[in-house]
Design a protein around this ligand. Structure first.
Ligand SMILES: Cc1ncc(COP(=O)(O)O)c(C=O)c1O
Length: 476
């Protein structure tokens, strides 16, 4: 007999799932029939959804129809090959399938006992990723949701490593440190590090931003001087954050020089390679990261340039015990009899419940192969380099930063223009109105900078050419 209190019937689920599979496949096939940016105003979608939830069950067909008409057309299409804004965040086919299967299992990867296969797939996937990036097996790690959280956990572990602080037990208010904690990062670092400073009690005033050189890379000699000066003034330096692939210009801080300083000064080195770390899949780009194997913790985001459905952030750490000592609490209700070399992943971070993120990555890596993934990265970099050569060939356009990876920073700067910032803002606005391409901007040395970030396996030179065509049209 049918259970009136039960879930969707498995056969009803089967037929709905087939429809959903068709829906997703059609979406991916017809992506380019959408404008990358929907023509929509704030409140348009919400006003089409009733203010009250339905009291009675609704037919699946009606629900899916509303998804089709209201949701799908009104998102900004991150999957679209014309999406060249910010950094790529693209879901590949095998990644989507893995995500879907993980939803079916609903495995909660807290600890080995209640997620044995999921835990071990995560362990193996982390090992695969580490070796695909060319990093030594000194690093252990796990998957988190975002770089924001990976960096927060790393900075908390760095704080835990400060001798005599013991903030884990005493809290910051109860500590007897002689001075305030100091964290260093370049002026180009991502704001997620500032947020980590807010949460860990370091505070925004506890951050010292080190000036960058003409290529937007941190100047290690100024870091060195800053640490010495701070020590004299009673600060307690504890952590340096280097960025490998900054958000504005993709500049790369010098890992080896930072590691030298951190080793000498006994400071924790955290490297934020959220975007550019993926470039290390291809051996010829690894020179950008020389020395990163000396870091205490590293974050690389597969959900950025590694075609992995959001969310998935790879956090690697050198000292597994350090991370576990920072976060581990094992009350009776989660104690299990299992012993041995398994990870109970909740002990390495703040989350108890954790998604089974490794499944999509494990499937995707197998589907493309590590060589196939590296080839895609090479292709993106070569498309970006080609576009750079077009920009450099035009006297009225100006590159504003080097292009070590697949993100370009430039502007239109013909002689005699009064307000190049306003001009470039309006050029980008026109390109974005086209529906074919979506770009975003930053400011470099105070100058309005248009950014083009390539990194979608669906992108071809046709999309890059279209982007350049639209830019030139808008400029003229
Ligand atoms: C260098 C860098 N670090 C961190 C982040 C934050 O990433 P997430 O959204 O995964 O927290 C970004 C986002 O673009 C980034 O570019």
């Amino acid at each position: 007999m049918k259970n009136p209190y039960g879930d969707m019937d498995p056969e009803a689920f089967r037929s709905a799932a087939h429809e959903v599979a068709d829906q997703i496949a059609d979406y991916l096939k017809e992506l380019e029939s959408y404008a990358v940016l929907p023509d929509i105003q704030p409140g348009d979608v919400k006003s089409a959804i009733p203010g009250h939830p339905p009291e009675l069950p609704q037919a699946w067909d009606d629900i899916l129809r509303d998804y089709r008409n209201l949701v799908q057309p009104n998102i900004t299409h991150w999957q679209h090959p014309g999406f060249m804004a910010y950094f790529p965040s693209v879901a590949s086919g095998p990644g989507i399938l893995g995500e879907w299967l993980a939803a079916g299992l609903n495995s909660n990867v807290m600890f080995w006992r209640n997620a044995p296969a999921s835990t071990e797939v995560e362990e193996r996937t982390v090992e695969w990723l580490r070796s695909m990036l060319g990093l030594p097996d000194l690093f252990d790690g796990m998957l988190t949701d975002t770089a924001s959280v990976s960096s927060l956990l790393s900075i908390t572990a760095a704080r835990h490593a400060v001798p005599g602080l013991d903030a884990r037990e005493k809290g910051l208010a109860g500590t007897a440190l002689p001075g305030r904690l100091r964290l260093y990062q370049s002026e180009e670092a991502h704001m997620t590090i500032d947020k980590a400073a807010i949460v860990t009690g370091v505070g925004l005033e506890g951050i010292r931003k080190i000036p960058a050189d003409e290529n937007y890379c941190m100047r290690p000699e100024l870091l060195d001087a800053a640490i010495r000066e701070d020590r004299k003034n009673g600060w307690v330096p504890f952590c340096v954050v280097g960025t490998l692939g900054t958000t504005s210009s993709t500049s790369v801080d010098p890992s080896a020089a930072l590691a030298d300083i951190c080793e000498r000064e006994k400071l924790w080195l955290h490297l934020d390679a959220a975007y550019a770390g993926t470039a290390a899949l291809a051996e010829e780009f690894r020179h950008h990261f020389a020395g990163w194997e000396r870091a205490d913790s590293i974050v690389v985001n597969p959900h950025k340039w590694m075609f992995t459905p959001f969310d998935a952030s790879l956090l690697l750490f050198r000292d597994r015990d350090q991370f576990r000592d920072t976060f581990s609490l094992v009350p009776e209700y989660i104690r299990t009899p299992d012993t041995g070399e398994v990870h109970n992943f909740n002990e390495y971070g703040v989350q108890l419940g954790r998604r089974f993120r490794a499944l999509k990555l494990w499937m995707m890596i197998r589907y493309f192969g590590s060589d196939g993934m590296a080839e895609r990265i090479r292709h993106h970099v070569s498309m970006a380099q080609e576009m750079r050569s077009w920009i450099e060939a035009e006297p009225d356009w100006e590159m504003l930063a080097p292009t070590p990876f697949a993100t370009l920073c430039f502007r239109y700067a013909p002689q005699g223009v009064d307000d190049p910032d306003a001009l470039n803002e309006s050029i980008m606005g026109k390109v974005n109105k086209s529906g074919d391409i979506f770009l975003s901007h930053t400011k470099l040395r105070g100058r309005y900078t248009i950014r083009v970030s390539i990194g979608n396996p669906r992108q071809t030179m046709d999309h890059v050419r279209r982007c350049w065509e639209l830019l030139k049209e808008a400029a003229s």
